[in-house]
Design a protein around this ligand. Structure first.
Ligand code: GLN
Length: 185
């Protein structure tokens, strides 16, 4: 079963992508929503500080962190990427810290708060990338982290073991290739 963290942010858009792929999912709002057979997790965009706080307050954090450390496939978009990052520039984090990258929040500055680009993401060319007050990855902290995209010379998508993170929002486009890739991990 695929779980979508649904405490805050753009979780419903991920749910719609999974529906289009005929994939069952469960929305995770509290600890008792976590099914026994959880085998994949999506961490949506939104506000990472709020999501982090709620993950701890709603007692979802440790169960999910343990599963991620046991190599359950996880896909974080934007705030979700921030939740996975081992380090955040100029901030401390009590997120999952399972993805060995250093991210910088709101990194594209104010005027460029929101923008769209088309680019190559891993093996996918012409992928529509929508950035909304996006972070970027400033530093890779482990040699096994694969870079899937560079936009304006910054790393915006990575894969490491069973973890994928994008600074942009594939769930806000109708291109399902990254979701498909995630479901095949
Ligand atoms: N700016 C948000 C944060 O730092 C992320 C934005 C997003 O998820 N679209 O948490």
């Amino acid at each position: 079963m695929v779980g979508i963290l649904a405490v805050q942010g753009a979780f419903i858009e991920h749910a719609h992508c999974l529906e289009q792929l005929s994939q069952d999912y469960v929305l995770l709002r509290k600890k008792s929503d976590i099914p026994q057979n959880l085998e994949r997790l999506i961490l949506p965009g939104g506000e990472s500080t709020v999501q982090r706080k709620l993950l701890h307050e709603l007692d979802l954090f440790s169960v999910l962190k343990n599963k991620i450390l046991e190599d359950m496939p996880v896909f974080g978009t934007c705030a979700g990427l921030i939740l996975l990052a081992e380090q955040i520039a100029e901030e401390s984090t009590n997120g999952f810290q399972s993805l060995p990258v250093l991210v910088r929040r709101n990194a594209y500055g104010r005027q460029l708060g929101s923008f769209s680009e088309e680019g190559t993401v891993g093996e996918f060319s012409g992928f529509p990338m929508r950035f909304i007050r996006a972070p970027y990855i400033e530093k890779i902290l482990h040699p096994d982290v694969q870079i899937l995209n560079l936009t304006e010379n910054h790393i915006t998508a990575v894969k490491y073991k069973n973890q994928m993170g994008t600074a942009f929002h594939p769930e806000l486009t109708d291109d399902l290739r990254i979701h498909k890739l995630f479901l095949a991990l």
